[in-house]
Design a binder for this molecule. Sequence first.
Ligand code: W6P
Length: 374
Amino acid sequence: DRLQEFLQAEVKFFARQETTSISISEILQKSEPENAADMCHAELPIRFAQRILQIEDIPTWKSCPELVEVHKLYSHTFRDLRLQDLNFNNMDPFTEMIQTLKERMKGVIPNLAMGMRRLKMEEGWTEAQITEWLDTFLLSRIGTEMLTSQYIACTTANIKTKKNRKGIVDQVCDPASICEQAAKQTKKVARQHFKNIDREPLIIVEHMHSDSRVKFPYVPQYLFYIMVELLKNSARATVDTALKEGGRLEDRPIVISVGADNRQIAIRVHDKAGGIPFNVADNVWSYMYSTATKGVDTEDSDFSSQGTPLAGYGVGLPLSRLYARYLGGSLHLMSMPGVGTSAYLYLKRLEEDAKEQLPTSVGSLSDPSSSLLG
Ligand code: W6P
């Protein structure tokens, strides 16, 4: 029908627009509901339209039911965004629409994971193709999730809202404290997983600046997610290795160090779990495996996924790396064969440096040099 045709043209039109990367400093400046709404209103249609075309860019997407489903969710959302006016005299309808679309988008990641599995099996997609496609798609999703979460948080601010918070951003985020919380969470998950056997790994957070702790403006939930994911991997490998090779868990402490200069925060998670086997190393950043489910003992896979909202799809590590990259940071793993593994997380410390890193173009699979946005 005509609305459908109109919307298809709109998708093409919006997908061609440039996205605007937002920095933490802009997020902080625009924390009044009207400003946060403006950002959503301006950015979301562009970003959703680009994802719709990224799906359509897969030649066989229509024969993949999971991709058809994601396409439907994104199209539905794009339509809502285009049909809903933003009226500052009554923001309720807009707020309701944002809340609805946030809810709707929750089913996207399991569908994408299943869809990619199908493309791998039926179309012979390679790991590298899948990783590239999902990195692009999910980096954008982190951004749209951030915008909608920030809007809702700014709109529903109340007395209970912690001071120093602006929406989802903590202006004095304390990385060492987040590391402590993540360690606590990981130990809890380990206890539940290993039942009554005493196999709780020792996790130490080194404080380099105990008197004047490092603080920086950041979204604490992103850092928490990354830290829990890294610690779960280290903890699991530590317990497995201690079982296999003998020795006490206390002799294999997982040590977290927090360092910083004026411009960046650095966090290292160091384990003595024997390193990452070379045949596994290539898969660490794959969405199709997780370090826990990659191995033979899939019955333990719930350990790696517990506490993450993306349970069971092995997306924890690659998604952690995307969260790091999203605001200009990076995540690296270094393995010492036979010894252990160090994860290095770097984050931008200055609010003007911590800027969204968004996908700029969608590389076509059939022609890597072509760009939908070029
Ligand atoms: C390991 C395997 C791994 C993956 C990710 C992070 C840390 C570790 N340690 O042995």
